[in-house]
Design a protein around this ligand. Structure first.
Ligand SMILES: [Fe+2]
Length: 328
């Protein structure tokens, strides 16, 4: 490892991930390497922007959530291959692109939030969400949201289109209301009694339970427990956040240093503590709060196999009119 603050120059980052999470990571990176960071934050359009900038793009590294956006970087053609021993050692293979054009950094499990009061069971499967016993009891955000698309794509990957379609139709009929709001809104709906279970990402529970600015979120979250679907079978669906090296990176060496750093024990620990995500580096433990919910058994099917079915998943959502809510 190079001694601190001896490298020079900078690295340019485009980030879909937010400043409260990324800035502490970049501060540590600069302290350790002397490499300055320049960053553009946005919630959409970064891939298209990089594509439009072409060979003149200043970007070195893109940070994003969701396998759809990571694969999208490949489709748009700006994701450069990188065969790097440090990154390969730190991040398990099923969370890396087989062509080395994107790399996972953190895991985001799509789990079931369940009312502590009204749901006695402590295990569940995704298949079970189709059981009529949940009629009028399930809440979720839109079927077309990336998080839902990822989950449906994983069900297609495991069970095929026909079974996935039947499942999705049955889950739709079990909904308490039209899909609406974000994951936190589903927790609120369980708290208020509108539904008994919901689909959501694990880290929101961490963020709600520690929310000083909006303490009512803590109240909602305390009414809810987390069930890890298929924990005893194929494992729970885990989407990722990740990073891409830009094809025309003007500061390639510094970009690689940053990418290595983000997979390191230190950076992975920051992701775990600041944002309650699962570190993908197996040497780093989840935060204490996240660990207290139980052990995550991630679906071992490579994410790339799941991503192949994203478009089909989106079509199924329309076909069954999932976002219209239950028909009766
Ligand atoms: Fe999120």
């Amino acid at each position: 490892m190079a001694s601190p603050a001896q490298a020079d120059g900078s690295v340019n980052i485009y980030s879909y991930r937010q400043p409260y999470l990324i800035q502490p990571l970049l501060n540590r990176f600069t302290e350790e390497t002397g490499i300055e960071t320049n960053i553009v934050y946005a919630s959409k359009g970064l891939g298209e922007r990089i594509k439009a900038e072409g060979v003149n793009s200043p970007v070195d590294v893109m940070l994003t959530v969701d396998i759809g956006r990571l694969e999208g970087a490949k489709t748009l053609g700006f994701a450069a291959p990188l065969d790097n021993a440090t990154i390969n050692a730190n991040i398990p293979e099923n969370f890396r692109d087989p062509e080395n054009r994107w790399f996972g950094l953190t895991g985001r499990a799509r789990v079931v939030y369940a009312s502590k009061e009204r749901v006695t069971q402590n295990t569940i499967t995704y298949a079970e969400l189709a059981d009529p016993k949940w009629k009028g009891r399930i809440c979720t955000r839109s079927g077309q949201h990336d998080y839902t698309i990822g989950l449906i794509a994983s069900i297609i990957a495991h069970e095929g289109t026909d079974k996935a379609k039947a499942w999705l139709s049955a889950v739709k009929e079990n909904l308490a209301r039209k899909p609406t709001g974000n994951d936190r809104a589903q927790v609120q709906a369980i708290y208020s009694g509108e539904c008994d279970i919901a689909l959501g990402n694990t880290y929101y529970m961490g963020k709600m339970l520690t929310n000083d600015k909006e303490p009512e979120q803590e109240t909602w979250a305390k009414s809810v427990k987390i069930l890890f679907p298929d924990a005893e079978g194929r494992g729970s669906h885990v989407n990722i956040s990740g990073m891409v090296l830009a094809e025309h990176a003007p500061n390639r060496d510094n970009a690689v240093r940053l990418m290595e750093f983000l997979t390191s024990d230190e950076a992975q620990g920051l992701y775990a503590e600041i944002n309650f995500e699962y570190p993908l580096n197996p040497h780093v433990a989840p935060s204490e709060l996240v660990s207290s919910w139980g052990k995550l058994h991630p679906d071992s099917l490579p994410l790339i196999e799941i991503a192949k079915h994203r478009r089909e998943a989106s079509e199924l959502v329309d076909e069954v009119a999932f976002d219209d809510g239950p028909s009766s």
